[in-house]
Design a protein around this ligand. Structure first.
Ligand SMILES: Cc1cc2nc3c(=O)[nH]c(=O)nc-3n(C[C@H](O)[C@H](O)[C@H](O)COP(=O)(O)O)c2cc1C
Length: 327
């Protein structure tokens, strides 16, 4: 198996700088994270929508299936967050990837049991704050991302570079948003990250826990087919459908917050992921859905990204040739 060593692979004890992003529903199971961790990346269980017993079972199943590390994504705002944190601490999960809240809520207790603590940020300010608190690494999410992109939609290309410059190598970075293949991984490493986080790409796998219609929508979408809707309400990026049309119409017409909130709240990710309602559900996905063309087993996705990375590196000009050309 191929190995690509970076500060992130060393921190996590994995072979490849490929993280499968925590995605509610899509990775709220054991199958997807297990397949990715077995293949040499880091599989991540998304605890967001999971009941405690289902989460515990998924952790046990991944552990039984591999000796390799895996992670749990923990949105700190979720209902019953304290009980979930208690479970994750008791289970001594190898890696926690926390989003939507400050690291002080979990850092000391998880470090004490040997869990690697990674925090999700979407701005330079939050990156610096989390680094100061002592997190082990940061996931930095740019505007292309599916799910919840940053409010100002600063692109991944610019944000990763800005955070790399601001943090100056003090904390390993994982670039998130818009990465679908080995070329994307090479770009992430070139910008100063030690790994890339792949969300949308892993929706198009048999292991992802979303409806078949959702997977088809991802592989059918072009790069311009997502919309960002729900500004100020927990904005999402999702594949355009009658629900996003309605939100855009409300936003354009200057509808008051109550009306926008009602329309936004009437649609859920679960409707798309679980019920397959492609018209009224939130079909959350990133712009890179337009780069995803087939449903492939997760292990093949990992291998393809690694192969693409190697091919991309070979195809890049040597520094020597660049300097000759510049003379
Ligand atoms: C369907 C879906 C669900 C998501 N759920 C979560 C979540 O529960 N917690 C979280 O921190 N991020 C969540 N995200 C964001 C991802 O972790 C990741 O940052 C994003 O998918 C990266 O962008 P990409 O889709 O372009 O790869 C979700 C993204 C998608 C597409």
């Amino acid at each position: 198996m191929m190995r690509i060593e970076t500060d992130v692979t060393r921190l996590l004890g994995i072979d490849l700088p490929i993280l499968q992003a925590g995605m509610s529903w899509a990775s709220s199971n054991a199958a997807l994270p297990l397949a990715v961790s077995r293949a040499g990346g880091l599989g991540v269980i998304a605890a967001g929508p999971m009941y405690l017993d289902a989460l515990e079972e998924a952790i046990d199943t991944v552990r039984a299936g591999t000796d390799r590390p895996f992670g749990v994504n923990m949105p700190l705002y979720r209902k019953g967050a304290e009980e979930v944190l208690d479970l994750l601490e008791a289970k001594r999960v190898p890696v926690i990837i926390a989003s939507q809240g400050g690291p002080q809520k979990y850092l000391d207790r998880f470090k004490a049991v040997g869990t690697v603590c990674i925090h999700v940020v979407a701005s330079e300010t939050h990156a610096l704050k989390a680094a100061e608190k002592g997190v082990d690494a940061l996931v930095v999410v740019g505007g292309e991302a599916g799910g919840h992109p940053p409010a100002e939609l600063v692109s991944t290309l610019v944000l990763i570079r800005a955070v790399a410059l601001a943090t100056g190598g003090r904390v390993p970075l994982i670039a998130s948003g818009g990465f679908a293949d080995g070329q994307g991984l090479a770009a992430a490493l070139a910008l100063g990250a030690g790994a890339a986080n792949f969300g949308t790409r892993f929706i198009a796998t048999p292991e992802a826990g979303v409806s078949e219609a959702y997977k088809q929508a991802v592989i059918g979408a072009g790069v311009a087919d997502t919309r960002t809707v729900g500004r100020g309400l927990g904005m999402i990026r999702a594949i355009a459908n009658p629900f996003t049309d309605e939100m855009e119409a409300l936003e354009r017409s200057g509808a008051d917050e109550d009306a926008r909130r009602a329309a936004f709240g009437a649609s859920t990710l679960k409707m798309a992921a679980f019920d397959g309602d492609m018209a009224r559900g939130k079909v959350e996905a990133g712009q890179c859905a337009g780069l995803v063309r087939a449903i492939l087993p997760a292990a093949e996705v990992v291998a393809e990204i690694a192969r693409g990375y190697a091919a991309c590196r070979q195809a890049l000009p040597e520094a020597q040739r660049v300097s000759v050309a510049a003379e």
